[in-house]
Write a protein that binds this ligand. Structure first.
Ligand code: NI
Ligand code: MN
Length: 227
């Protein structure tokens, strides 16, 4: 399985011949290496309805007839935009052809700003557990620290965890380091930093806070991990 990071919260996974894009925020994302027109995903998974996560989903999904997996409210909204969707919700898992997806809690907001500058409710924000080829990836979405991450870590053998460290809107480095301990993932990758001035962050600070025993990997946009 090939897992790559593309700036902000954008993660691409290639497994069993399926290409999955998580939170494809490309236009307006100054630190991504991706170009909207070049994306060919089979599946798009969204953690929540904020614009810096829904991103270019509508354009990319339409062009590729990609299946969009998201919480019920966001999936319903996107189905009204003509997209093929699979609604789920927190605590629920589903076995797709490419693997198993489970939505987990996240402490955050989820309003989507439309082209008319209306703020539309998009349901509860989520994290994502994706299991494929015997490996489990956890994308925390946007969230503050919560102690149930301990339970997520106990119940899942996580190979790779993407954790926000940008502070202001999500966990900062200190809280994300506690999250990493709770989750007991084999490798943790800091995300959701440096995209905007409010979330400027030194990822090495996060790595130092982890201490011994937790392996961190600071990925730049375009970096790949083979699992
Ligand atoms: Ni958000
Ligand atoms: Mn965000």
């Amino acid at each position: 399985m090939k897992v790559s990071f593309h700036g902000h919260a954008v993660v691409k996974i290639e497994t069993n011949g399926t290409q999955i894009l998580i939170d494809p925020f490309i236009n307006g994302n100054e630190i991504t290496d991706l170009i909207v027109e070049e994306q060919r995903p089979d599946v798009i998974i969204l953690t929540h309805g904020h614009n810096d996560h829904v991103g270019d989903t509508i354009e990319i999904a339409k062009k590729n007839d990609a299946l969009v997996v998201a919480n019920y409210e966001l999936a319903t909204y996107l189905s009204w935009k003509g997209l093929r969707t699979h609604p789920m919700h927190i605590g629920g898992a589903h076995h797709f052809d490419f693997g198993k997806v489970k939505l987990t809690p996240a402490l955050h907001g989820s309003g989507y700003v439309t082209e008319n500058n209306e703020l539309v409710y998009m349901g509860m924000p989520t994290g994502v557990l994706l299991t494929a080829e015997g490996k489990t990836i956890y994308h925390a979405g946007d969230t503050g620290l919560f102690s149930d991450m301990k339970l997520i870590g106990e119940m899942n053998d996580i190979d790779l965890a993407f954790l926000p460290i940008g502070d202001n809107f999500t966990m900062g480095p200190e809280d994300a380091a506690v999250a990493a301990k709770f989750l007991q993932a084999k490798t943790v990758v800091p995300i959701h930093f440096d995209t905007f001035p409010k979330i400027k962050q030194d990822p090495e600070k996060f790595v130092q806070l982890l201490g011994e025993g937790i392996q961190a990997r600071v990925m730049k946009a375009g970096d790949v991990i083979e699992l």
